[in-house]
Design a protein around this ligand. Structure first.
Ligand code: HDE
Length: 702
């Protein structure tokens, strides 16, 4: 059937003509109930489904500017992805200053009671934009505060230290960790030759490696990670007085990580596990929250430490400088459009406001020019600040003019300063505000702050192991076992077994002899001689705050419980357990062999949220298995059901099961322990935690 005007008898086409040639397709038309589509220049389109052809079966005509505009735009829809942190997810929110720190900083964003809109983007680092959410990787935690004095971007990570001390090493780090140059894999992880080759030759990365090999890089949810500004910054008061500061974000839901096997299986179960989790939480009104904390210290404190506060491979233990909470951030609105907002958001560590200043940290200093530069190649124009997600919410203006994609229309004759035409730049604030503008502060950051031009690092930067030791010593036994096992796993992926693991283990002997032995054992290599330390490590007191396990909250809030049902499930038991889960603050997710649901004992159908085959237990924080005897018998023949219980047990989760489900648990190898309960109150209590003590019985760790 002819679907467009025929060549022989072209019908007269008008915008109101809905009758011709659509052949029953659900066409977008330029009339009727559906809104009219137009070209990018506003011309109404009569047919968005058929290109203009020379005859029904003839070639497409060059004249079809509607088609050409549509395909032209499509061809250019992608922009270069970020060289690092390509995969991310973002949300809008608000920051409220909750404490008066006007004695420390004059920044408006910190005025007690002040509310400032924010945009946050979380990211993985190594993978491309289309990779997965749960590789072992650092998470970016970038916050743009739209303050009334301009945008402040706190572009941090979920780990308080970094791999390198000097920006000049960054391209090497990134080349080494991203997919290998010749083969284009692996896509999103550090478990490969080039990364460990580089890392084993870079002792200053040891502290960060301890964090990277810990469960910090396997977050359960972006809502359950800490954030850190990493570098030392400065706070500046109204008199120009400055103090050093480190920024911390503390999640309301506490810290929670998955374990490695679970993270691996999550990659198969749901590539988008973290972004879905964040989106759904916000969509459901369960707004994620973090407190903003600061560690403030002066030069005297800095001088007294065995590390250099300008060295981004070092942290300041919270026991030495407690974190003072000064505000709260709530993410309360999902983006309307992923590309326009999350992809186009451009963070700049140089977006700073009066009252905050940089330190001389050589890693931070390098970042100060890198980000501005990268946005030009990513977004294609120096006018990227005009994109809505990047534009300040306060008036802004100057005499910078023109450029690709200038969307503002500056008025006036003077586009230079000084001028005597009385023109001060469009929209700029009143002139007297200049005195309140950003001013660079001078605060000695140690001896040798300024002097001859030298390619060196300050003396204390040479201590590469003290804080790696501090980190390892601060972990629980289970966490230490996870770290040792991660090193074994990652190094097991290295083909050059002669050199690289040996070099790495030689470095680890400076951290902890037992750790080095466990890793060498796991790899079946001889314990190598200890690497020579550039500077002898010092003992530091362990810090509980560095452990995840010591900072988890026993809570079901913000968690998700999978409830497995089948035909015959007791309706009363199901009702009681699901109500109790919801009362405790978690979401219930019903899993059944068929997504249409299961027929309960009372004869009613209960719809499922997911089908068993596509809803494995790694998607949940805890599972309830509510089954009748018949239902159990049926599921004994379903590998996905057996796996559901087996993985929940192996991933150290609470399992609340009906008595009748016992044969399923037995088949799955689930053994009795404190985390294996009935479906009553004991399950609700158990579901709020994980059972790390179970682990030695289910997994051989290094
Ligand atoms: Fe970044 N980093 N970085 N970085 N970084 C980028 O900027 C860079 C560093 C961080 O969600 C890029 O817009 C250099 C430390 C986050 O959009 C790029 C150095 C920390 C994000 C860049 C560092 C970070 C980035 C890539 C060493 C933690 C994602 C795209 C001197 C404090 C922001 C872009 C977002 C992104 C450069 C080191 C955090 C290429 C040169 C340390 C969270 O400009």
């Amino acid at each position: 059937m002819t679907q467009s005007p025929s060549k022989t008898a072209p019908p007269k086409t008008t915008l109101n003509d809905t009758t011709q040639g659509h052949g029953g397709e659900t066409h977008q038309q330029a009339s009727g109930d559906a809104p009219v589509l137009t070209t990018n220049h506003g011309m109404p389109i009569s047919d968005n489904q058929n290109s203009l052809k020379s005859g029904a079966r003839g070639p497409t005509l060059l004249e079809d500017f509607v088609l050409r505009e549509k395909i032209f735009h499509f061809d250019h829809e992608r922009i270069p992805e970020r060289i690092v942190h390509a995969r991310g997810t973002g949300a809008h929110g608000v920051f409220e200053a909750t404490d008066d720190i006007s004695d420390l900083s004059k920044a408006a964003v910190f005025t007690k009671g002040e509310k400032t809109e924010v945009f946050v983007r979380f990211s993985t680092v190594a993978g491309g934009a289309g990779s997965v959410d749960t590789p072992r990787d650092v998470r970016g935690f970038a916050v743009k505060f739209y303050t009334r004095e301009g945008n402040w971007d706190l572009v941090g990570n979920n780990i308080p230290v970094f791999f390198i001390q000097d920006a000049i090493k960054f391209p090497d780090l990134v080349h080494a960790v991203k997919m290998e140059a010749d083969r284009g894999y692996p896509q999103a992880g550090s478990a490969h030759d080039t990364f460990w080759d580089w890392a084993s030759l870079m002792p200053e990365s040891t502290h960060m490696l301890m964090w990277a090999m810990s469960d910090r890089t396997l977050p359960r949810s972006l809502r359950m990670i800490e954030g850190f500004g990493v570098h030392t910054f400065k706070l500046v008061d109204a008199d120009g007085g400055a103090r050093f500061v480190k920024f911390h974000w503390k999640p309301k839901l506490g810290l929670q990580s998955t374990i490695w096997d679970e993270a691996l299986k999550l990659q198969a179960a749901d590539n988008d596990y973290h972004r879905r989790d964040l989106f759904e939480a916000i969509d459901g009104g369960d707004f994620p929250e973090w407190e903003l904390g600061i560690q403030v210290f002066d030069q005297e404190f800095a001088d007294a430490q065995p590390y250099d506060v300008l060295d981004a491979t070092k942290l300041i233990p919270e026991e030495d400088i407690p974190v003072r909470i000064i505000g709260k951030m709530t993410l309360n609105r999902n983006v309307d459009n992923f590309f326009a907002e999350t992809e186009q958001v451009a963070f700049l560590p140089t977006n700073i406001v009066p009252g905050i200043d940089f330190s001389n940290d050589p890693l931070l200093q390098g970042r100060l020019f890198s980000y501005l530069d990268t946005q030009k190649s990513r977004l294609g124009t120096t006018n990227f600040h005009q994109i809505p997600v990047n534009a300040p919410r306060c008036p802004f203006g100057n005499f910078q003019r023109d450029g690709i994609m200038q969307t503002m229309v500056p008025k006036g004759r003077a586009n230079y300063e000084p001028n005597s035409l009385g023109e001060h730049g469009e929209e700029a604030g009143p002139r007297e505000s200049a005195a309140k503008g950003f001013g660079t502060t001078n605060l000695a950051s140690g001896p040798d702050e300024q002097g001859d031009k030298l390619r060196v690092r300050a003396e204390l930067f040479a201590d590469h192991y003290s804080q790696a030791r501090l980190f390892y010593a601060s972990q629980t036994k289970n966490e230490q076992a996870h770290i040792a096992s991660s090193f074994v796993f990652e190094l097991s992926k290295v083909a050059d077994l002669d050199q690289v693991p040996t070099r790495m283990v030689a470095n680890l002997r400076n951290v902890d002899e037992d750790l080095a032995k466990r890793v060498a054992d796991g790899l079946n290599i001889e314990l190598p001689a200890k690497a020579e330390a550039a500077r002898a490590p010092v003992e530091m007191k362990p810090s509980d705050k560095l452990s995840i396990h010591k900072n988890m909250k026993a809570t079901l809030e913000g968690r998700k419980v999978g409830v497995l049902i089948a035909d015959g499930t007791d309706a009363g038991e199901l009702d009681t357990v699901t109500k109790a889960i919801e009362k405790a603050g978690a979401t219930v997710f019903i899993v059944a062999p068929k997504v249409g649901g299961a027929k309960l004992s009372n004869g009613k159908m209960r719809k499922a949220d997911g089908q068993l085959a596509g809803s494995p237990s790694q998607l949940f924080d805890a599972v309830a298995i509510v089954l009748s005897e018949d239902g159990t018998q049926m599921l004994l023949k379903e590998a996905a059901a057996v796996q559901f219980a087996m993985d929940a047990f192996g991933h150290l989760k609470a399992i609340g099961a009906s008595k009748a489900a016992k044969p399923l648990l037995d088949k799955a190898g689930v053994e009795a322990d404190a985390g294996v309960t009935g479906t009553g109150d004991d399950f609700i209590k158990a579901a709020a935690t994980r059972f790390y003590d179970r682990e030695p019985g289910v997994r051989m760790l290094a």
